[in-house]
Ligand binder design. Structure first.
Ligand code: HEC
Length: 88
């Protein structure tokens, strides 16, 4: 229990929520095919605030970004991708 709490604290200190490693895996699987080019550089997103990133991810997830394929993500997926982007 004590070890778990310490791990949670250490992780929490780096990122408010989300697992950057899981976010990376998800990003590489679902997003990188389009977002690893200069034309659609998702790294630009990393410069935004966490709240703005989540807003953008929510819009993508709900299919509300014009011209963007709908890419459904759970709240946890979005937290993880946000953590991944913020770790870049
Ligand atoms: C089939 C190609 C493709 C895939 C797959 C894809 N995207 Fe995109 N994405 C785009 C394009 C093209 C744009 C630029 C749209 C524009 O600027 O109008 C974009 C833009 C975005 C934006 C910015 C939206 C905004 O509000 O400006 C976000 C956030 C985003 N993508 C997230 C994701 C995530 C997360 C995934 C994986 C779950 C993903 N995308 C997968 C093509 C893709």
């Amino acid at each position: 229990m004590k070890v778990l709490a310490m791990f949670a604290l250490a992780a929490g200190a780096a990122f408010a929520a989300g697992d950057a490693a899981a976010g990376k895996t998800l990003y590489e699987k679902k997003c990188q095919g389009c977002h690893n080019t200069k034309k659609v550089d998702i790294a630009k997103l990393a410069a935004k605030s966490e709240a703005d990133i989540k807003t953008a991810l929510t819009a993508v997830s709900e299919g509300k970004v014009k011209g963007h394929p709908k890419a459904a993500m759970s709240a946890a997926d979005m937290d993880n991708i946000t953590a991944f982007l913020k770790s870049k």
